[in-house]
Design a protein. Structure first.
Length: 71
């Protein structure tokens, strides 16, 4: 499932997601990928984490082992 579809599904409809983030449903339907300026609003509105919505902008950060970090 595409990230935008996942966000839409979490709120019910594209119309509802559009309303929650302040865009028209028509604008939402034209997005090939989520615009960088809308990622955080969609995350707040849908609960879908930014690393899922745009992993190119928000990669998963892995914990660093303390033994690998110099003091």
């Amino acid at each position: 499932m595409k990230p935008l579809d996942r966000a839409i599904k979490s709120v019910g409809t594209a119309k509802e997601l559009a309303r929650r983030i302040g865009v028209t449903p028509q604008a939402l339907s034209q997005w090939k990928s989520i615009p960088s300026g809308r990622v955080l609003a969609i995350e707040r509105a849908s609960g879908v984490h930014r690393t899922i919505l745009r992993p190119d902008l928000y990669p998963i950060e892995l914990p660093v082992e303390r033994s690998l970090v110099s003091p």
